[in-house]
Design a protein around this ligand. Structure first.
Ligand code: SF4
Ligand code: SF4
Length: 482
């Protein structure tokens, strides 16, 4: 008797073979049944994806270390001086008064990350996250250099302390410390600027104890994260990783095992004598290279940082067996299951619309951002004064201006409304220093006959001679019945 199995039934069977045993979902791959940490010894990945990632990582690491020293028109690429409340992004200075821009930029970034994650899963984690880049492309490479591959690392761990072990471990730990120290110092340079950084470096640490302790503390933190905590940071600490369960769906593209092509695994065929073996030969190459210790063939898991190591490993196996590459590839669950192409789901379109709207708002705000932040208030405790035998009424105002640019400039005040009045500066002409704050008193004088009872609305234009910086509305106080 022969049993006819439809394509769909067969596919469902294949899918359930992969996902039915969900023991791997009950605990993370790096923790054993007793709850103890299982140390991961991944193989050094090789292949096209790894080479591409190495190029991207190299660029980003160089950018990170050189960032504080890169200037645009003489101004820092990125400065986050929290103590002095001075910030710069792409050479443009920002102030605490610009919090609205930073808030909207942050919201844009979050929405972009949501959109990006819904479409592309954890692409960020694999290609651009500093944790993955430093761990896999810097610290792990140092480890391979000093201790060799996974087998050698295991042997070295169990070996008694001798000269070789001391040199290998000592060399690795020293290199780890140097990189951690360099990372901590680079962060300091981002926070205090290069001038502040060079000042501190040239001084005895006793003259800047807090900074020195901060750098040592950060060095210890980075050392701990990269030398010991490692992939646990991605699995247990990173909030972005925890969001994956909410953000990813069956249409999200991620590093995915093609179970329709891979199952039944060849090893299973040997034992069960299946006629139609899949392409997976159950060689575990994809598992051996995984830095988070998982088997991607179990499906998308919390631990997977989309590092592509398993894709490279499987591609090289497929090459050897003359099978097409891409048994593990960037694809969504639905793309694998139905053989369909990527599609824009209503959820993705929704995020795109929100992101586009936010970008428009952000761009409009940036384009209309004033170089000078001005506040004009009537001097407290002052009413109006009469001049010219009562024909003119004058109010004393206080101007507070913050120059958000790196250039000093003159300031001019002009009374736009109502017409017929004038502004008289108390003291010299107005001039504001680069990144400076100017406080100045001035009078507004209005003819009595154009005043409204009690309060008259006035409009003052602030300019630097070339362009209007701001137009400020305020009120002018006069007699109850002018
Ligand atoms: S590397 Fe490819 S062939 Fe080998 S076990 Fe993994 S999926 Fe199967
Ligand atoms: S499953 Fe593959 S992509 Fe995911 S972390 Fe492991 S090796 Fe990297």
């Amino acid at each position: 008797m022969s049993i006819v199995v439809s394509d769909q039934q067969e596919q469902t069977t294949r899918e359930s073979n992969v996902f039915s045993d969900d023991a791997f979902r009950k605990r993370i791959a790096t923790v054993d049944e007793q709850g103890k940490r299982k140390w991961v010894y991944p193989q050094n990945p090789k292949g096209a994806y790894h080479r591409a990632r190495a190029v991207v990582a190299g660029f980003l690491v160089i950018l990170f270390f050189s960032g504080p020293w890169i200037t645009i028109n003489g101004h820092p690429l990125l400065l986050m001086n929290l103590m002095e409340r001075r910030f710069a992004i792409l050479g443009v200075p920002f102030w605490p008064q610009d919090a609205i821009y930073l808030a909207i930029a942050f919201i844009c970034m979050v929405v972009f990350l949501l959109l990006f994650t819904v479409v592309w899963g954890r692409l960020w984690c694999g290609w651009a996250c500093p944790q993955t880049i430093f761990l896999e492309m810097v610290f792990r490479k140092i480890e391979y250099l000093f201790e060799g591959g996974p087998a050698k690392q295991r042997r070295l761990k169990t070996k008694k302390w001798n000269r070789e072990k001391l040199l290998r471990k000592g060399g690795k730990w020293t290199a780890f410390f140097i990189v951690s120290f360099a990372v901590a110092n680079t962060f300091l340079a981002y926070f205090v600027g290069t001038e502040g950084f060079l000042d501190r470096v040239s001084l005895d640490p006793r003259h800047h104890t807090a900074d020195f302790i901060g750098v040592i503390g950060f060095t210890a933190f980075f050392y701990f994260i990269f030398a010991w905590f490692r992939e646990q940071a991605c699995t247990l600490l990173c909030p972005y990783a925890r969001l994956q369960g909410v953000l990813l769906d069956n249409d999200s593209v991620a590093v995915t095992y093609d179970f329709t092509r891979g199952e039944e695994r060849m090893a299973a065929r040997k034992s069960k004598n299946y006629a139609d073996a899949g392409d997976c030969i159950d060689c575990f190459s994809c598992v051996k290279v995984c830095p988070t210790g998982i088997d991607i063939r179990d499906g998308i898991q919390l631990e997977c940082v989309n590092c592509t190591a398993c894709m490279d490993a499987c591609d090289s196996v497929m090459d050897k067996y003359n099978r097409p590459r891409g048994l593990i590839r960037y694809a969504s669950h639905n793309m694998v299951k139905d053989g369909s192409k990527f599609r824009f789901t209503p959820r993705v379109i929704g995020y795109m619309i929100i992101f586009a709207a936010l970008l428009i708002v952000f761009s409009a705000l940036l384009l209309t951002r004033s170089d000078v932040d001005t506040t004009i208030l009537r001097t407290p405790g002052q009413l109006y004064q009469e001049a010219d035998e009562g024909a003119t009424i004058q109010n004393l105002f206080n101007l507070k201006a913050l120059n958000k640019t790196y250039d000093a400039m003159p300031l001019y005040l002009e009374l736009i409304e109502p017409q017929g009045g004038e502004i008289q500066i108390v003291g010299t002409d107005l001039h504001i220093n680069a990144e400076g704050i100017l406080e100045q008193a001035f009078f507004v004088k209005l003819p009595r006959d154009i005043l409204d009872p009690l309060k008259t609305k006035i409009l003052i234009e602030v300019s630097n001679g070339d362009k209007v910086l701001e137009t400020v509305k305020t009120t002018f106080l006069g007699p109850a019945s002018p």
